[in-house]
Design a binder for this molecule. Sequence first.
Ligand code: ADP
Length: 504
Amino acid sequence: MDVPHYDWIAHHAMVTPGAPAQEDLHSKRRFTYLEMHRRIDAWAAWLQQEAGVRPGDRVATLCHNSTDANEMMFAAQRAGAIHLPLNWRLAVPELEFILNDATPTVLVYSEEFAPQVAELRGRCVLPHVVSKRDGEDSGYERAIAAGLTLAAPPRPGLDDVWVLMYTSGTTGRPKGAQITYRAQLFNAIHATMTTELTRRSRGLTYLPQFHVGGICLYAMPCFHIGASVAVMRQFDPQWCLDLIGTPASGITHLFGVPTNFLFMSQLPSFAEARFEHLVSVGIGGAASALSLLKLYADKGVLFQQGWGMTETCTIGTLLSKERALDKIGSSGQQVLHADLKIVDPSGVEVPTGQVGELLIKGPTVTPGYWNRPEANATSLADGWLRTGDAAYVDDEGFYYIVDRWKDMFISGGENVYPAEVEDAIFRMPGIAEVAVIGVADEKWGEVGRAFVVLKAGSGIDADDILEHCARHLARFKIPKSIRFLPELPHNATGKVTKHALPRE
Ligand code: ADP
């Protein structure tokens, strides 16, 4: 058997061929490492020989989550191509922008996106377009069934780019963060070291696979060590709770954004759910309300809160289970292979305990954005990535993410971090979800506005919230207006999209 170097799946197909590699929960397909390896090989060979994919070419996917997406990521490696997973929630003009920026040779799409793809074909150069139907007859399955063999595998090195992942573009046009093989390898090492991941572990994927969360937490670390992965098509709170709240599912590892855990906690069956069998439950990607962390702690879930970004191939800091309670609210300590520092606006390191901008350097950090020399010049200097996050570190090296710099607002000359205000409001019983933003104000420059979703029958009004805030927050932090909404806007990962909230 020819085992390409650094190819995790090929390695496990040789060492533990019959071990479970992945399961597609939607289509009920299961693959051992050997089966996965063979499918990857056949698809990689098709890319190379039928589509003419050469090293460095991009292969795009516009797909719902499935085990196929993991195959395609490893096939990109074998063909020497760059995996380009697209966010299917984007509108056609947004996809058009990305496709024209990244110019892929191949686009694979789930058949439900056929209308968007038909439009895109008229707007972008797409040399090869292949449909996919979760294991059923489709261009993708026929390409695999052709059983071609790779000729002269390109064997990319650790500094080569494996994934091109476009950021959500909340601060302008989306940028393609380049993620290297080295970044994936080190992220897998970090996840394994910090979450007790072994070959017997079973990770659950429900974050979208066009986001680092759906790839790196913890599918890639599982594939690196030879564990198994279950893939959910999309996050479904009830299905997810049924899976993770039942030992028989075998799930041991999962990671979610706070909204995932919030929505599960609001289901009636949460009360009976049992979580003792879970080895590691990660949370991060956005600020977590303390009361949410405590609610799960009361049910024995020791959340490992982590901080990371697309540009850091996820984990930059992670809280250990041992310190999950006494450091609750912290995003943990830095991973082994990363340097972190917190600086003031002039770039000078601030003392312990003081808030500044978080910077990170190390093997998981992106070498830069695709085609964006100006963004690279402002975000990356000497390998240090400017994260745009406001944070402080305590004297034991535990990091606390205060908020995104751009979400901070200044009211009457005082800095207000919305996450702190949200945390205070969320402590009121009867609040289902809350988001705070700064809006222009003639007197104070900016003031807070809270958007609140109430639990059914809570009977809370704006005055109750303002009174509660007055008891828990300094005056300048108290929102000047409260608006009630039936739900908050979320992006595909589940994070609240604050830019979509009305400022007028
Ligand atoms: P997006 O901008 O689409 O959310 P990312 O997934 O790359 O893209 O988001 C990374 C950002 O998520 C970080 O810069 C930070 O603002 C936020 N974040 C990540 N982890 C945490 C955390 N534990 N607490 C608060 N915010 C976090």
